[in-house]
Design a binder for this molecule. Sequence first.
Ligand code: SF4
Ligand code: SF4
Length: 458
Amino acid sequence: MSLPAPTLDSVTTINDDGSRRFIHPADVRGRFTHWRAVVGLLILAVYVGLPWITINGYPAVFLDLAHRQFHFIGLTFVTQDLWIAFFLISGLGFSLFYLTALLGRIWCGWACPQTVYLDVIRRIERWFEGDAHARERLDRMPWTGEKTLKRGGKNFVFFLFAALLSHVFLSYYVSPAGLSRMMTGSPRENWGSFVFVFLMTAAMYFNFVWFREQFCIVLCPYGRLQSALTDTNTLVIGYDTARGEPRGKKGTAGAGDCVDCRRCVQVCPTGIDIRLGLQMECIGCAACVDACDEVMTKLDRPRGLVRYDSLNGFAQKAKRIIRPRIILYTALLFLGATAMLLALSTLSPITVSCTRVPGVPYVLDAGKVRNEFLIRIFNKRNQPQHFTVAVTGGPAGLMATGTEAGVEVGPLGEQMRPIIVVVPREQVQGSFPLEVKVTSPNGRDVIKKTVTFVGPGY
Ligand code: SF4
Ligand code: SF4
């Protein structure tokens, strides 16, 4: 059953009555398909491998929600550090804007997890059921033993792949060690995680079996943003109308380079015809570029009838890389990156707070004024640390007690200690600042907190 020719007024993969029309994109080979496979493999390897790489005693990425700690490439963030996430998230957002303005849907076609996963899924499908024609034949076939075996095998592998990805996702939150504990224990001990992985596997399996490109066409918000983020200088995948039209068989007098073989349409995973112009459904996978290049090579014509270029390039107008929106995005990106680096430079493996003990502000006793403070030290390292605490900056005769022997804080632990500061009465006129200095064992991390000592007349 051949699909109706794509138009700009309808979505090829949805019937007029709104039901789903399943498409089987044809196989394609070529330089972009090759490099996309390499990039996809690398992305999958990073996704699966990251939790297994240990840096500073933790997985490279470990979002330990249970203990409200986040370990990221050797840095540990606690809830108090989460303001840095603002820079991270806005930085990622601006990077995507920047990338889109310059390179169009490069993210969708090359690095989006949905695209990467579907490429794997289509390979599995091809392995079990053959090429696009064989798969269409199988769709039309009654349920024989052969069809049951092929469909059953394919669905089983889809399910395994969905389960693998879901378990890897969970390991980012519970660490690989936690995951293996959960997997060897009973689901009753980890109901929440068990239900989460079950639902995620089911959603992914549904996506692999049925939803597929519909996610990009009807659900993904980033796809909808494209038209606002791109302009006529953005790199897109398009068809060179001036060169290709009018279409006609090879040798037809006056015909352009497009021989109307429809290979570019057959390989398109979203079922569109790129010759109709730039469309929202195009995910920038470059399959049509490889398909058309193959045809052009066979016809002994130059490649690039369908190619990466800007709309200005296709219209044979001047192309501009540097333009107002690129300057704006670059400035925002630079600002964001600087703010984030500054924020990261303030990140310390110790969190310290020092506050006055509630109650009377000072005590006058035997010619001395006494203030009490409470110091709280949080150790973000996963080894115990012995911190030294010093109180400086006061007048002569100042004595601080409570932390002379230092403070031992366990791995990722917290300790509180009272500090009693005593100053001779004659040295106190109202109030004055004091500095409480906490130093890590190697002396590399020093945190200073200022408190106010108060006395009579403050
Ligand atoms: S693959 Fe190239 S030649 Fe064939 S229909 Fe598409 S644009 Fe025309
Ligand atoms: S038009 Fe080309 S680049 Fe766009 S989705 Fe289809 S095959 Fe991929």
